[in-house]
Design a protein. Structure first.
Length: 72
């Protein structure tokens, strides 16, 4: 299993575009410098009034499919 750590700051207005479906994926730079793209809907459990903020570990399987996410 592969894992990446990303720091995210997505304000509530931006996340609303993910939630409504007009934007489907989030693109971010991992702390090791790699660019990662993942489905925005995996962040729903972390949404607050301010949006999504924090450091997250995202795990992918050998075929680069999403497995899990956790806040660090």
């Amino acid at each position: 299993m592969r894992a990446l750590v990303v720091n995210l700051v997505i304000d509530s207005e931006e996340f609303q575009r993910l939630y409504s479906g007009s934007v489907k994926d989030v693109s971010a730079i991992a702390v090791d410098g790699r660019r990662v793209q993942f489905p925005g809907n995996i962040l729903r459990q972390f949404v607050t009034r301010e949006g999504v903020r924090g450091r997250f570990m995202i795990r992918f399987d050998a075929e680069n499919r999403f497995e899990s996410i956790q806040r660090l």
